[in-house]
Design a protein around this ligand. Sequence first.
Ligand code: HAS
Ligand code: CU
Length: 559
Amino acid sequence: MAFVDDYPFEAKVVRRLLLFALSALAVGGAFGLIQTLHRTGFLRIMESSTYYTVLTVHGVLLVLVFTTFFILGLFTWAIAKDLDGLPSRRLTWGWVALVHVGTLLAAIPMFAGFVEFTDLSADVLFTFYAPMQAHSLFYIGAALLIVGTWVAGFDWIRTWLRWKNANPGDRVPLRTYMVLITMALWYIATLGVAVEVVFFLIPWSLGLIETVDPLLTRTLFWFFGHPVVYFWLMPAYLVWYTVFPKLADGRLLSDPLARLVFVLFLLSSIPVGIHHQYLDPGIAEGYKVVAMSNTMFVLLPSLITFFTVIASIEYGARRRGGTGVFGWLRNLPWDRPAFTGVAFAGLLFAAGGFSGMVNAGMNINYLVHNTAWVPGHFHLTVGTAVALTFMATTYYLLPQLTGKELRWRKLGVWQTALWFVGMVLFSNALHRQGLEGVPRRTAEPQYQGFDYDVATGSMAELDLQVAFGGVILTLSLLLFYAVVIRSLLGARTQIDSEVMPEPLSGAENAPKVLDDFRVWIGISILLILVAYTIPFVSIAADGLLEPGGPAYPMIAWYG
Ligand code: HAS
Ligand code: CU
């Protein structure tokens, strides 16, 4: 019996959410191609003035819509499987409707940017902070999307409480544990963006207030903007920890370590947002240093993951006859697309994590900030560790959700390999361009006269790698949809229910305190207060007390 037979209602909800997620991926991906070819100068099918509309649609659809909808689907699946279904259909359909309506509202001004005779527009990029302004519909839609995710979290928490009452004294099942910690992080992090949007950006875009303080709203945005990257990554880790070992016929090395990793994210990923603002004037250097040291802590859970996840699949490979220090790598199931997708995602994340460490150093950040290096970094992290894992997860979940077999599996393996190759070219070249000073978010970086085929002669070649990488990525996406659509067109068959193998060290070895969510949420809030109280108070004192904007020259100029 597959998941769809046991839980037809939940399977339908997950399918709805994944359909929306994968549609956003398709449109967002297509815009990515247009933009890569434009930026590198190989093919320009739009005016450069339209570049920001395209870039906004690309960024918002991929990092905000694709991720959020996929995560909502994945978490619904995880909770339903662990805790025996969701209790209230009305509540569940309520939040599903809310996130759809919010997203569609926000999409109206985003796409209206292409229409010349309207002043509806939202060319504000996925970081949407002031002083750039979108039509109020964009902010209202985004707010509804966030409220929808809050209700979803409430739905899952209620389901867990129901389960807890029925199973007193039992350890929280691992997937549920991961969902709950991720949602705790999400609730705290989204407070920043909620305050920014509700108290500043919406009234400002409606003309109710005349000015906003860019530094204050940026700081509120990044309070959310860093932890949001772990809101994307932790669901991918849920797959790496629970599904990936199974795909390799292995067993999770340690359930307690997995719990610890999630707790460490909750503690260390919020008080670091200022590492996106090392170059912002108006925040004292000392608080930038606090953010930098905290950022070094946030490496820890990923480094533990590096070790645990590889050990878990090595265990499987050795059971399949693998030997030697590296020889066991050959005994991994390289013919399973769900496996290869996660494996390639993990390999590239090691590189993306490294460029993250470079970003995090305050002094080196001055070199790479706002250059092509940064998109190089995040196409490895959210664009591969997360996106490729979600594609692999689609391969894994499709039979469970539809009762149909995954078809064209070999093509699926090629698809994941092409993503790897395309992304190596694309992101490596972007990193190198960044080091040479090529700016990010620029339609025609050539205008600055970088040494195109003079001196090192490297720039034209790097552009070629970026464009070629982008084309390979597009091809990979097309293959992904071919595999998914072919599988959906197949007939229904008997699919076995998935049973996860027991971890080598199980939940019984995890200290009980790890399951006491109140402790971790409390410490998390304490750390946030240490990192943020003084910066917020000083920004507010400078900005809010002086209507018309604060005293910093750059900001006054923007305002
Ligand atoms: Fe980042 C900018 C620092 C991780 C996303 N980041 C961004 C932006 C995005 C983003 C979108 O300190 C741009 C925002 C904008 O538009 O301005 N980032 C870090 C650090 C980490 C990090 C220290 N970032 C992520 C993740 C993201 C993400 C995850 C999305 C999901 N990032 C920064 C900084 C900036 C920044 C600055 C600002 C730059 C600026 O100036 O604007 C760390 O969390 C990274 C830790 C990761 C590791 C790697 C561990 C390796 C593993 C692989 C295991 C292997 C397997 C494979 C499973 C230490 C776990 C096995 C297979 C076999 C076959 C063996
Ligand atoms: Cu960050």
